[in-house]
Design a protein around this ligand. Sequence first.
Ligand code: GDP
Length: 375
Amino acid sequence: MTEEKNNLEDLRCIGCGAKIQTSDPKQPGYTPQSAIDKGLENDELYCQRCFRLRHYNEIAPVSLSDDDFLRLLSQIRNDDALIVYVVDIFDFNGSIIPGLHRFVGSNPVLLVGNKEDLLPRSLRRSKLRDWLRQQANLSGLRPINTVLVSAKKNHQIDNLLEVIDKERQGRDVYVVGVTNVGKSTLINQIIKQRTGIKELITTSRFPGTTLDKIEIPLDDGHQLIDTPGIIHQHQMAHVLSAKDLKYVSPQKEIKPRTYQLEPEQTLFMGGVARFDYVSGPRAGMVAYFDNNLPLHRTKLKNADEFYKKHNGELLNPPTKDELATFPPLERQEFHLTEKSDVVFEGLGWITVPAGTTVAAWVPKGISSLVRRSMI
Ligand code: GDP
């Protein structure tokens, strides 16, 4: 047993240089034992990620420690490159890479809003792009362009590649993003679109790190470089189990649900979020959440009690066995002077008319915010 462990410690993937390990599929260098045996036999040991990349033109996501990631990012500043920054349009705050504006230095940033396929048709794309740009400005970035895509549905990927080619002006391209924004799906689409590439190379060019970086050769000898995703704790993905996450993250084009709400009424989104209509006239409010997420209306004055009694049962997800680790909901109040979207990050939003006061409750660590209505 010990001997095997010692052997493992000396092994590195010949594709990316990562240390071979058999314990965590999400960490760099993961390789099933059987593949290690086979690899050693043939003198060609690739980690699972590089193996898949070579054989299926497909990459699997890995996670990295924050330190490694920051070290990688800080190298970007020294390169003359275009930075493609991928965000989840349903979770801007959960997509933020802290300090990115410092790491990119004077390099231009192209902002890519992913998961466009989930937006209802009635939502004006140009408004969402403007909003994404404003949000990026708030975090200190001045994107040269903003593109909406669906990596999953292959929408606008051609257009994105054209924009990248135009904006990079003969430079390398770095694709950056936190986990869960869909960066791997996007890179896989890009790889698929660029078939004809004979050999996809994965190398570890950064000293002191064992990063499995994916380099996709571009026509002029430059590279499109996929950087590993950093884990952002403030995402629904870290609050719920993978199974429940499926029930709350929108999966298909959202069908808006309209509620005529009286003041002092509450709407529960399963047990993961809550919306209070505090004051204003009787009004139509439109909810944009996953089509299967159950919404429940109650009286505001009973809402606390109702939540205590029914969370994990009638109000689910979360499921009952997740309640122990599920964070408490925290309240934020908004006075709205124009028609606005009250955004529950990672979940969706409710469009609310002007002249109202409302409160949004989200699990501790997740954000809620208000933006001018997109519709
Ligand atoms: P990464 O961690 O950023 O590499 O993200 P992944 O590519 O693993 O995707 C995270 C989740 O988002 C997965 O459940 C994907 O199926 C989903 N996803 C990725 N791209 C899209 C998209 O364009 N639309 C939708 N609806 N879901 C997407």
